[in-house]
Design a protein around this ligand. Structure first.
Ligand SMILES: [Zn+2]
Length: 269
């Protein structure tokens, strides 16, 4: 069911709010996706939430917990979700169960979750239970915030960014772009620590040397420093898959020669 034009413009407005919320998790949820959710009824927002840290509550759960704690009845409401709700029980309960338990009548989504354990199944479960589903609302914007996750979950390898200076980029633009990368990417590949010890990296507060210590760094808003020497003699594809197994979903590459070696095996900005 697509709804009327009025409905669609309203869904887009709320989807923009959900996207803003989703972005708050950037750098904290890797290797999970960024997700924001807004619950509304009759033009009024009842609750909202976002995935704010790795292994933390999902966006929908945060919104429902808020509503439950405040005695807000969600019956007949619409959930606006940047990403298809999950339907698998992992470290968190399935969001499809929460949606059904709260009597939600409509779910509006931006992205379909490419994770093979979801991949459209979340929406099918809702539809079979009688919930109206509206797909593809601001899908390209929703897909864009999770390009790392989509690449990682479908290939098992980190998404790679070219952090080198772009033609025509000013000092300030370059500094801002790099600061953002360091605040949101899981790891940085560099020759030495001095390659990355620029004081302008506000969120970079020290390297952790061991990839095996993934739980130490994931979700902490600072990248893991990897030395380019770990790439020497390795097959780039296998090397990237090893990082993927360590939950490294995104990688900044500081050295030209390393970037050239990896560039055929990876997605890049
Ligand atoms: Zn979920």
């Amino acid at each position: 069911m697509l709804g009327t034009m009025d409905d669609m413009s309203q869904y887009r407005e709320y989807m923009k709010q959900a996207l803003e919320l989703a972005r708050k998790g950037a750098g904290w949820v890797n290797p999970n996706p960024l997700v924001g959710a807004v619950v509304m009824r009759d033009g009024e927002v009842l609750a909202a939430g976002y995935h704010d840290c790795y292994r933390g509550p999902h966006a929908e759960r945060m919104a429902f917990d808020y509503a439950d704690a405040h005695g807000i009845d969600m019956c007949g409401a619409t959930v606006i979700d940047t990403l298809e709700p999950c339907c698998h029980v992992g470290s968190q309960p399935a969001c499809t169960d929460l949606i059904l338990a709260h009597g939600i009548s409509r779910v509006v989504v931006g992205s379909i979750d490419p994770n093979p354990v979801v991949a459209g199944k979340g929406l099918r479960i809702l539809e079979e239970a009688g919930v109206k589903v509206v797909r593809d609302v601001m899908r390209s914007e929703c897909d864009a915030i999770n390009r790392h996750f989509f690449h990682y979950i479908t290939t098992g390898m980190p998404y790679i960014v070219d952090s080198r200076r772009r033609v025509g980029e000013s000092d300030a633009e370059y500094a801002v772009r790099r600061r953002e990368l360091y605040a949101t990417y899981a790891a940085v590949l560099a020759g030495t620590e001095s390659d990355v010890s620029d004081e302008s990296f506000a969120h970079f507060d020290g390297p952790v040397q061991s990839v095996g210590a993934d739980e130490v760094v994931i979700g902490r808003h600072k990248p893991l420093l990897l030395k380019t020497s770990t790439l020497a003699g390795a097959d780039p594809d296998e090397w990237l898959h090893e990082l993927g197994k360590c939950k490294i979903d995104s990688l900044i590459v500081e050295r030209d020669e390393a970037f050239e070696r990896l560039s055929t095996a990876c997605q890049k900005d």
